[in-house]
Design a protein around this ligand. Structure first.
Ligand SMILES: [Mn+2]
Length: 315
């Protein structure tokens, strides 16, 4: 494994050692056919840089997530051609899953998520994908490409039928028809807001393990504006944290990604928000492990804590 020169959260060596870490951060600075604003290839570096300012102590969890050990990889060499890029991500993520890490990938545009989903599909069946996103991303093709970020959930649904899409508030008529016709599990943002979407029931229908993919445009632009395709009416910070808290409590999450941050000048808040969210998601995972095993929050990294890709009863 090639390590990044700066680790996520700028951790002391003991807390980012590949031998003892439970989680790994994999930066994928790929930007293919971004449809509106550009800049997602600069996302991972901006998130890692901002993460150096994040307080280790999570005030909701009452603990420091970094005590699980979080190693940060250098980005792999990425071919520009989308299909080859996805295959590269599949291999890189697959090696990390095989090594027993909880994999947290940083995009890049949303097309990179097909690589991580592909790595899971090669290793475990069934598995689920939960998407937090403003956009349904169910197009078969976009700008003549099936690998566009606007098609990623269509590609992922070729790998698993178990998907749940949350926070959606932008889609075409044909995508809306597909959702109705195939009865896809979609929690539209307005239904989440009014409480008319039964999240617990939707989560109960998903098999473990779960990959959670977060397109940062799920946030309201007032919370996070540095993204290529902003949409009004998105989640607040606490809405997103509550939702992810439920997901990590009720399902066994083995991998996540955060994609589509496109850093812009004079906006330190957006990359910092993503860095904090990743730290919190890792904390939710560790909290789930503590609950499931009865173990205390670890003081220092103790190897691969999370049984990764085996069947459903493991914590
Ligand atoms: Mn999106």
């Amino acid at each position: 494994m090639k390590l990044s020169s700066i680790s996520f959260l700028d951790l002391e060596k003991e807390f980012c050692d590949p031998a003892t870490a439970a989680a790994v951060v994999l930066p994928i600075p790929h930007e293919g056919g971004v449809s509106y604003g550009a800049g997602a290839s600069a996302g991972p570096a901006a998130i890692i840089e901002a993460s150096a300012q994040v307080e280790f102590y999570d005030e909701l969890l009452g603990e420091e997530p970094c005590r699980m050990g979080i190693v940060t990889c250098a980005p792999p060499v990425l071919p520009a051609e989308p299909e080859a890029m996805v295959a590269t991500v599949r291999r890189a993520a697959g090696e990390l899953l095989d090594a027993g890490y909880f994999v947290a990938m940083l995009g890049g545009d949303h097309s990179v998520s097909a690589g991580l989903a592909g790595a899971l599909a090669e290793r475990v069946k069934p598995f689920s994908v939960i998407q937090l996103d403003a956009h349904a991303d169910l197009r078969e093709q976009y700008n003549d490409s099936p690998h566009s970020h606007a098609c990623v959930m269509a590609r992922i649904r070729e790998l698993t039928p178990h998907t749940l899409q949350l926070g959606i508030r932008s889609l075409s008529r044909s995508q809306a028809r597909r959702i109705r016709k195939e009865g896809l599990a979609v929690g539209f943002m307005h239904d989440l807001r009014t409480g008319s979407f039964d999240l617990a029931a939707a989560l109960a229908r998903l098999p473990d393990p779960v990959f959670v993919t977060v397109d940062v445009d799920v946030f309201d632009p007032a919370v996070l504006g540095a993204t290529g395709t902003p949409e009004p009416g998105g989640m607040s910070w606490y809405e997103a944290c509550d939702l992810l808290g439920h997901i990590f409590r009720l399902r066994r999450v083995v991998a996540c990604d955060l994609v589509e941050l496109a850093p812009r000048p004079h906006d330190a808040a957006s990359p910092f928000t993503v860095a904090r969210l990743l730290q919190r998601m890792l904390g939710y995972r560790l909290a789930g492990w503590c609950r499931a095993t009865g173990n205390a929050w670890p003081e220092r990294p103790a190897g691969r804590l999370f049984s990764p890709l085996v069947s459903s009863s493991c914590p």
